[in-house]
Design a binder for this molecule. Structure first.
Ligand SMILES: [Mn+2]
Length: 310
């Protein structure tokens, strides 16, 4: 049972996935608030060195570290659809809390609900089931993930439960306008600059149904933008009437590439990224390929995707 593993552990590491979003980090922050009630050590961990500054309002954000502690005896991953998304490999018990359809139950214990709109919903259910009181900090953290993964409650998968959950979290102290301001209204100059370059260079293929973006290393260097700031153009492109899917390729400093795919639902993004060792959701998925040749990898992936539009 997850609770008995948590209770018997002395140092628990809460893991947000590489390049964390509000859902992953929000889930981990909510759990941090819960675990510091006990006499145990807790570490908030993410392997990425650059964290999206828009997440800076999350409680405990300043506690986040990229150093994995030596004396940890338990770890919990949040919103990591595959083991690779943790960014580390450790031989200690792992509780895997997630909602991705592609999750392959890599944990020692797995709390997976693929019907949940966000991992924060899974965490909320865990708290309620175990009679764990949700304070204001936890509510704000959970709400941030709910808001972001539901695309501000615009996703067709939003259900009555989504709105009930929003209601419950706001009642417990989550501040809706603060979440909106931090997640969507605050932008860096770099993100505006990179957006204009990417939209200008956007390619439309397959009779305008597929939007393609490429981010060479030089673009990140010149603009100072980070990966999460570039990815915003994917949703913008999906808003074009003809577009069914949008894809962005990032040249990786360590070789190979990182790719993110968005779909309006007519194409299964998780299945396609699964062909390249990745995964995610039907509408949002991605992968990281480490083989050296960037252009060859782009070509491989593009040849598979364009066939989907024949
Ligand atoms: Mn999520």
């Amino acid at each position: 049972m997850p609770l008995s593993l948590i209770n018997s552990s002395h140092h628990i590491v809460l893991i947000a996935h590489t390049n964390p979003d509000a859902d992953s980090l929000g889930s981990a922050c909510a759990f941090y608030s819960y675990l510091i009630r006990f006499q145990k050590k807790v570490t908030l961990f993410c392997v990425s060195k650059e964290i999206n500054p828009n997440l800076g309002f999350l409680p405990w954000f300043e506690k986040l570290t990229d150093r994995f502690p030596d004396d940890a005896d338990c770890m919990i991953s949040f919103d990591c659809g595959s083991y690779g998304r943790l960014g580390i490999e450790k031989e200690i018990p792992l509780i895997n809390i997630d909602h991705h359809v592609s999750n392959d139950f890599y944990g020692t214990l797995n709390i997976i609900n693929t019907d949940a709109i966000s991992t924060t919903e899974v965490v909320y259910d865990f708290f309620v089931t175990n009679d764990i009181k949700i304070n204001g900090k936890m509510a704000l953290s959970l709400y941030a993930g709910l808001l972001d993964d539901s695309r501000c409650f615009s996703d067709p998968e939003c259900s009555l439960k989504t709105f009930d959950l929003a209601h419950a979290l706001i009642k417990s102290g989550a501040d809706h306008s603060r979440c909106v301001e931090w997640l969507y209204q605050r932008r860096s100059l770099a993100s505006i600059r990179v957006r204009s370059v990417l939209l200008k260079e956007m390619k439309l293929l397959a009779d305008g149904r597929l939007a393609v973006f490429e981010v060479p290393l030089s673009l990140l260097e010149e603009t100072g933008a980070i990966i999460s700031e570039c990815k915003k153009v994917l949703d913008e492109a999906l808003g074009i009437r003809s577009v069914h899917a949008s894809i962005i390729f990032f040249e990786h400093p360590l070789g190979g590439l990182k790719v993110s795919l968005r779909s309006n639902g007519t194409l299964d993004a998780s299945r396609i990224m699964g062909l390249f060792g990745g995964g995610g959701h039907v509408k949002r998925a991605g992968t990281r390929l480490k083989q050296k040749n960037y252009s060859e990898l782009v070509e491989n992936i593009m040849s598979v995707i364009t066939k989907e539009f024949v």
